[in-house]
Design a protein around this ligand. Structure first.
Ligand code: SF4
Length: 369
């Protein structure tokens, strides 16, 4: 007998873990076959899932839907990064970015193997209610959470669009539009689905949640013990400046955020990433670097310095590279792991919300391609 239980939670097939799908199907092994079609073949039509009986294919098509997102714009940067603008079924738009990075591995014999590393930056909400001063998305306000299936589908569509093999290792960062911890139920479900071994098999250790610092949600995420990595948008070393940049700091100040980070279960091979957005003349001096060092004392951390990416109407400026290097050198000299993030996709408005904003200003008519 091939049948589907009537108690299903969503029409979006990407919203289901393998166990959930197995619980709905009789016989349950059909779920693995469906997972294979969805995540290894990137199939979008139940009718083409040829190893399933015809009556099951029809029942699936009557119960579930596969495609919920439409790619309406894709911009490719000179550095190989691609920014996607997706449209949801209820006609909202949001972004995701495919980042291509050089990867170097040192072989046992000391020779260097060069390759490519892919990271997908996902959105978790349409809009955002955190309202960071430097962010386009924050300015547009909050519209709604993305469902877990809509988060998972971003990865499937980007992999399909770039012919990326299902077995190719990927990193995921929840750093696109929205605050992932404000949508923790759906984001944590998406993390589980993306890590399914029968599906995309993206280990939770390769998935990083980047948060502006909702302290109680960091605690809740820690209790889930997913094995996911944590990145904190710190950006400032004093509460006055941080509250200006991230208004939520008034509720969860630096001390509250760092105390939850100290309690967070970090994989022994990993570190908590602290994002520090360097803004010219605001937080790029050595006094700030010293304070940062003190704040992170005792946390297994690494600091990622991000150069502010100016956009139209912004009151902030990009810092001088010399100041950024001095800042980084100071931290490294003191024993802290510190990187300067290469600004990927500067020519494609890659900071969150910028493509969506640009499109709505230009009043571009959408085309599928
Ligand atoms: S930076 Fe992130 S958390 Fe802040 S407003 Fe933008 S999307 Fe929201």
């Amino acid at each position: 007998m091939n049948s589907i239980s009537q108690s299903f939670k969503s029409k979006n097939i990407y919203s289901y873990t393998l166990d959930e799908l197995m619980g709905l199907l009789e016989p349950s092994f059909r779920a693995k076959q469906i997972y294979h079609w969805l995540y290894h073949q990137y199939e979008t039509d139940f009718g083409n899932m040829k190893n399933l009986p015809k009556n099951l294919r029809e029942a699936l098509a009557n119960t579930f839907e596969i495609t919920h997102l439409e790619i309406i714009k894709c911009q490719q940067s000179q550095d190989g990064s691609k920014k996607y603008l997706f449209k949801t079924r209820d006609q909202h738009t949001f972004e995701a970015v495919l980042l291509k990075m050089r990867d170097k591995k040192i072989r046992q014999d000391g020779s260097i193997q060069e390759g490519e590393k892919w990271t997908i930056c996902l959105s978790s909400q349409i809009g955002c209610r955190v309202g960071c001063l430097f962010c386009y998305t924050g300015k547009g306000g909050f519209i709604r959470h993305l469902e877990s299936g809509e988060i998972v589908e971003q990865v499937v569509q980007i992999k399909r669009d770039n012919y990326i093999s299902p077995h190719k290792r990927m990193n995921i960062v929840y750093m696109g539009m929205g605050e992932p911890l404000d949508n923790l139920d759906n984001v944590s479900m998406a993390i589980r689905i993306l890590s399914e071994l029968e599906g995309l098999s993206i280990s939770t250790r390769r998935q990083t949640i980047s948060t502006s610092g909702i302290a109680p949600k960091i605690e809740e995420l820690g209790r889930m013990n997913l094995g996911v990595q944590l990145a904190i948008s710190l950006h400032a070393v004093d509460d006055e400046l941080r509250s200006k940049l991230i208004p939520m700091n008034r509720a969860y100040n630096i001390e509250k955020v760092l105390s939850q980070v100290r309690a967070f279960p970090v994989d022994s091979r990993k570190r908590v990433m602290f994002e520090y957005l360097m803004i010219k003349g605001v937080n790029d001096d050595l006094k700030s670097a010293k304070k940062l060092l003190q704040l992170l004392d005792g946390i297994k951390s690494k600091v990622n310095l991000i150069l502010f990416n100016p956009h139209e109407g912004s009151e902030f400026e990009r810092p001088n590279l010399d100041d950024v290097r001095k800042f980084a050198d100071f931290l490294i000299h003191k024993g802290l792991l510190c990187t300067i993030r290469e600004s990927k996709g500067l020519d494609i408005s890659a900071a969150c919300g910028q493509l969506r904003e640009k499109i709505s200003k230009e009043n571009v008519s959408y085309e599928t391609f």
